[in-house]
Design a binder for this molecule. Sequence first.
Ligand SMILES: [Fe+2]
Length: 94
Amino acid sequence: MPRFEVAEDLSDKIKNLSRARQSLIEEMEAIMFYDERADATTDKNLKEIIIHNRDDEKEHFSLLLEYLRRNDTELNKEMKEILFSKKELKELGD
Ligand SMILES: [Fe+2]
């Protein structure tokens, strides 16, 4: 799973974070694929199936994001500050 270093040099914590982050990327990619397919198909029944599948991927994405939030202290801090804020986006971040 490591992309930039050899596995033997990495802790279990970093390996698991890498696994979760790669899975998060793959779930978002699946959402993009399904979104485009749902938009492109002219078959109403197929569109409904694809939309259902796409929304399942959003659940998977959210579960992984929550795992990362619980296991990455700095990410948790940033998410607490930014997610669900009522501020304008330009007012968030440093
Ligand atoms: Fe998934």
